[in-house]
Design a protein around this ligand. Structure first.
Ligand SMILES: Nc1ncnc2c1ncn2[C@@H]1O[C@H](COP(=O)(O)OP(=O)(O)OP(=O)(O)O)[C@@H](O)[C@H]1O
Length: 257
């Protein structure tokens, strides 16, 4: 039997006095792309943050790479996360390259001296930063300070931050909101490449039902608790969308080519 990359059982989370996520259970198998969809306030971001142990949970177990989340240790480097909002002081003088470089960590290798090791690591890091920025089409932004970026440009840079070292699990919270149509199509192609060629597992929160139905392997419909889960053609059936979003929902059609 394949060991799941992520296993969530009985997850319940309160935000203040509000029950945001109730008794959620699901698994992610290696090399799959799963979308979490649901209406505003359904608990999607709360679920993702609780899965990453960034906010406390009231009940439930979370295992990542077959280890309890609290005992991940160095394996945390194999986890990439792009939050829904990245709030920072726009006057903070950090360049795009420097920010992306913060996501890089070296693989431990033995070398002859401290200085040659440091030199080699700096070279490896520079190459990794350039490659990550090229992959997200943000290389031209490398010298800009992050405070000068547009919303969509910042998303590209944050994705580069996630890609600057190999990961096994990439968690994206509305990563493509604010990205133009071509950029969104490119991003999905990139996710597909990471999945198919490098074996990454992806969990993404999205409101773009059309792109999710085209590109994701599985969908988890959430409205405080799991309404349904399965392959897109089943999970996103009109009945399931009605059950998840309520009667006011009409499927928003994007026309990506
Ligand atoms: N820090 C907080 N304090 C109190 N309540 C919160 C907090 N964060 C979220 N909530 C509430 O928890 C519920 C779930 O919020 P969450 O952000 O997880 O939803 P979401 O599905 O990600 O929504 P959206 O699609 O709008 O991003 C909402 O009712 C929200 O008002």
């Amino acid at each position: 039997m394949t060991t799941p990359i992520l296993k969530v059982e009985g997850l319940t989370v309160y935000q203040g006095s509000h029950l945001a996520v109730r008794d959620v259970a699901f698994e992610l198998l290696p090399g799959t792309d799963t979308a979490i969809v649901g209406p505003n306030g359904a608990g999607k971001s709360t679920l993702v943050k609780a899965v990453l142990d960034l906010i406390p949970r009231n009940a439930g177990q979370i295992e990542i790479f077959a280890r309890p989340i609290s005992r991940l240790g160095n394996l945390r480097h194999l986890l990439g996360y792009m939050p829904q909002n990245f709030i920072f002081d726009r006057s903070f003088p950090i360049s795009v390259s420097e920010l992306v470089g913060l996501g890089w960590t070296s693989e431990a290798k033995r070398t002859s001296s401290f200085f040659s090791k440091l030199q080699r690591q700096n070279q490896e890091k520079s190459v990794a930063v350039i490659e990550a920025l090229q992959r997200t089409d943000a290389y031209h932004l490398r010298h800009q300070t992050i405070g000068t970026l547009s919303g969509g440009q910042l998303k590209r840079v944050l994705l580069a931050y996630c890609l600057v070292r190999p990961r096994k699990l990439l968690i994206l919270d509305e990563a493509f909101a604010g990205v133009d149509v071509q950029g969104t199509t490119d991003f999905y192609a990139l996710l597909n490449e990471l999945k198919q060629e490098e074996g990454w597992t992806v969990l993404q929160v999205s409101h773009d039902i059309d792109m999710v139905s085209r590109h994701c392997d599985r969908v988890l419909c959430l409205n405080q608790t799991v309404v349904c889960t399965g392959q897109p053609e089943i999970a996103l059936s009109p009945q399931n969308l009605l059950a998840t979003y309520g009667p006011g929902f009409s499927r928003y059609q994007h026309h990506h080519n």
